[in-house]
Ligand binder design. Structure first.
Ligand SMILES: Nc1nc2c(ncn2[C@@H]2O[C@H](COP(=O)(O)OP(=O)(O)O)[C@@H](O)[C@H]2O)c(=O)[nH]1
Ligand SMILES: [Mg+2]
Length: 718
């Protein structure tokens, strides 16, 4: 492959709901681009994309696939993305290193929940979108219906470039109102006949052509003037107007394809080659410090790694985008994130798992390399004169978590290594060795996501694993003040121990006044504060430790030991062994023994006095509450709401979004365990949700009861 200059390169993400035909379109493009000699099919498992065993097993894309097609002196870099929500990570990475998105719609269904989710990301990342309506040969294809749905959502920004003359089994022709020609294919697809528009289509074609001219003129003052003067625009002027409209997301062109039959694929490549803006016309990326970096091949070399795959026989393949300068074989570069030096062995342009060596890759282009020593996804390698780092890719929060365990204990270490490796390949995995829950927790985007992990562990790595219900990171706190004292005394055989601590506990809240006077029973306790320690707890919340010892009843050197004892109980709360938070402790009295008092004595006395007081202070369990946002087609709203209400949730509000309702609710994490599975079964996979930690709230009394009982039973078992 020749070396392409920045103004000859276009980076395009292929998006769309699962099954809309992205991988099949990619295959047809590679075929029409001469990269492959024969088109594979998803069914046969022999496509360029979907080459991982797990993808062949499940028949859908799990990872994004990078490939390039040279077309009319342009290099079109594509990233075929997974469509399923569970594998959204691939689309998020792709959207951040490409400039334009092709959004495929299945003509049978039009806009699906997967489409909406991915559209949101194109909006979030401000990416131009071209709609491609595929599956036109399907009996249930409804092109007009799909366009109407798009108009509902985006109004007059949706501009048809083509429409199918016939849909369904006999589909074989489209009218293109930019070229004002009809394209017709033989059953084998490929190169079309280019014909004059038949009389029967002339009115419709003219009407759509006029709409296209008006829309194109809108995005360029010079064109607008020409349009007013002459009432029409040339093909090149139309392209310029469409291009300008694309960049501002002021226009969403609509195309037709039948990827399965390789029809209208060449025309699509032509349009991409002619109209989609090249890298140098797009928004520049910013470094972590906010500095804008232009894709200038004469600038200092800086390459950003956005994707990693581990491939049999070759190991790690690292995919990068040249942000500035150019990269060539045997370049010595510095890893800005890890400080290590790297020599670039070979660089490749890729088509799935096929890598074609190239000598040099210029700014704006995408390539791959292998055998790097110490590069992770998200790292940047810089040459002389560049010290950039980039962190512009933000991945969605996880929404499905499970504890994971190797069936065979001996495999545990290997399993952890593999989990980290899988996280390197798919950044939406969160792997946590939870000291608190004593579990390894994997959090991902959904049940499918975890199922693929299990399949890969067991089939590729021969490690049997099981998923377990993850424990909930509960918290404990108190709701009123209480006093307790505890004497620790051990004076039988060997060194004696003696320590006595009197303390008060009370709920901590921001801005609470200094301790002064307390009444327990009919006794008053007047405090004089000697010292206050404010401790931000690693697990959230605060502990305030106040020394109100007077008269030296406890020597100051024992206070740290008392605090240590208290912290031990804060770490393993008195109720259910969960972390405790938001407590103020006032140590106001005690007793020492001249000989037997020592650290351990006061550590134990402190711990037990605190425990006793905690239990008498209206102790409550807190549970993590998540903000959940569910996007659901209006006709499923009732079912989804009642299901949520059955999960102890509080509905916070609702927004309507063109045929979809967005429900906001606060839901306990405990109730979200298999939410993605239930939601998909309630709505037939037509809804999606996101969730984010919100706060800790008191559990209802009955739930607390159950938790205390379960904990007591677990203690008996130990
Ligand atoms: N009839 C028909 N089937 C298609 C077309 N495009 C894709 N398919 C089929 O739709 C299914 C999903 O295609 P795939 O490319 O995997 O979709 P993706 O999930 O978007 O990558 C596969 O069975 C394809 O063979 C098309 O234009 N017509
Ligand atoms: Mg696919």
């Amino acid at each position: 492959m020749k070396v392409y200059q920045t103004n000859e390169i276009k980076n395009i993400a292929i998006l769309g709901s699962s099954g809309s035909g992205k991988t099949t379109l990619a295959e047809a493009m590679l075929y029409e681009g001469g990269v492959i000699k024969r088109r594979g099919t998803v069914e046969a498992g022999n496509t360029v994309s979907d080459y991982f065993p797990v993808e062949k097993e499940y028949g859908y894309s799990v990872f994004s696939t990078v490939f390039s097609v040279e077309w009319q002196d342009r290099k079109l870099n594509f990233i075929d993305c997974p469509g399923a929500d569970d594998f959204i990570g691939g689309a998020v990475s792709a959207l951040n290193v490409t400039d334009t998105a092709l959004m495929l719609l299945n003509a049978q269904y039009g806009i699906e929940v997967g489409t909406i989710n991915q559209l949101r990301y194109t909006e979030q990342f401000n990416k131009p979108v071209i709609f491609i309506i595929n599956h036109l040969d399907n009996a249930a294809a409804d092109y007009e219906g799909a366009v109407a749905q798009l108009r509902d959502r985006f109004g007059s920004k949706v501009v048809q470039i083509q429409y199918p003359v016939n849909q369904g089994f006999s589909f074989n022709a489209v009218v293109d109102v930019l070229k004002m020609k009809m394209y017709r294919w033989k059953p084998e697809g490929g190169v079309p006949e280019v014909l004059e528009i038949p009389a029967g289509e002339a009115d419709k074609a003219t009407e759509l052509h006029t709409a296209l001219v008006e829309a194109a003129a809108e995005h360029d003052d010079r064109l607008m003037e020409k349009f007013f003067d002459e009432g029409s625009l040339s093909e090149d002027e139309l392209r310029a107007g469409i291009s300008a409209g694309l960049i501002t997301r002021g226009m969403f062109p609509v195309f037709c394809v039948c990827a399965g039959k390789d029809m209208c694929v060449r025309r699509t490549l032509e349009f991409l080659g002619n109209v989609v803006p090249t890298v140098d016309r797009m928004q520049h990326v910013k470094t972590t410090e906010g500095k804008e970096i232009a894709p200038d091949s004469n600038g200092p070399t800086s390459i950003f790694f956005f994707k990693t795959t581990i491939e049999p026989h070759i190991g790690q393949v690292s995919y990068f985008k040249v942000i500035s300068g150019k990269v060539k074989e045997s370049d010595d570069l510095l890893n800005a994130n890890r400080g290590s030096k790297e020599r670039i062995a070979q660089i490749f342009s890729v088509a799935g798992q096929v890598r074609n060596p190239v000598t040099e890759i210029m700014a704006g282009d995408i390539g791959a390399t292998v055998k790097l020593k110490d590069v992770r996804r998200g790292n940047t390698l810089n040459g002389k004169g560049a010290d950039y780092t980039f962190d512009f890719i933000r991945y969605p929060n996880p929404k499905f978590r499970r504890a994971i365990r190797a069936i065979n204990e001996a495999d545990s270490e290997k399993m952890s290594e593999l989990l980290n490796r899988m996280r390197e390949e798919d950044p939406t995995w969160i792997v946590e060795q939870s000291k608190e829950l004593k579990q390894t927790i994997v959090s991902g985007q959904g049940e499918f996501h975890l199922r693929t992990l299990k399949w890969r562990m067991e089939n590729n790595e021969k490690i049997a694993i099981e998923f377990l219900e993850p424990k909930i990171p509960y918290r404990e706190t108190i709701t009123k003040s209480a006093r307790a004292d505890y004497r620790h005394k051990k004076q039988s055989g060997g060194a004696g121990q003696f320590g006595e601590v009197h303390l008060i506990v009370e709920p901590y809240y921001e801005g609470m006044p200094a301790p002064e006077l307390y009444r327990f029973g009919n006794q008053e306790y007047k405090m004089s504060v000697r010292d206050t320690q404010i401790i931000d707890l690693d697990w959230g919340g605060k502990l305030i430790f106040v020394n109100c010892i007077v008269g030296g009843s406890i020597d100051a050197r024992f206070l740290p030991a008392i605090l240590k004892g208290v912290m031990a109980r804060m770490e393993q709360g008195p109720l259910t062994g969960s972390y405790a938070r938001d407590v103020r402790i006032i140590v106001y009295d005690g007793k020492m023994h001249p000989v037997d008092s020592n650290e351990i004595s006061f550590m134990l006395a402190g711990r037990n006095a605190f425990s006793t007081a905690f239990k008498a202070a209206g102790p409550k369990i807190l549970e993590p509450i998540y903000d959940v946002e569910v996007s659901v087609p209006a006709d499923y709203l009732g079912d989804v709401m009642s299901d949520l209400q059955g999960r102890r949730s509080i509905i916070m509000g609702m927004n309507s979004e063109k045929g979809y309702e967005v429900l906001m609710a606060k839901v306990p994490l405990k109730e979200m365990s298999s939410y993605s599975t239930s939601l998909s079964s309630i709505t037939g996979g037509r809804a999606s949700f996101i969730m984010k930690f919100a706060s800790y709230e008191l559990v209802p009394a009955d739930v607390q009861e159950k938790l205390l009982k379960a904990y007591a039973e677990s203690q008996e078992d130990d």
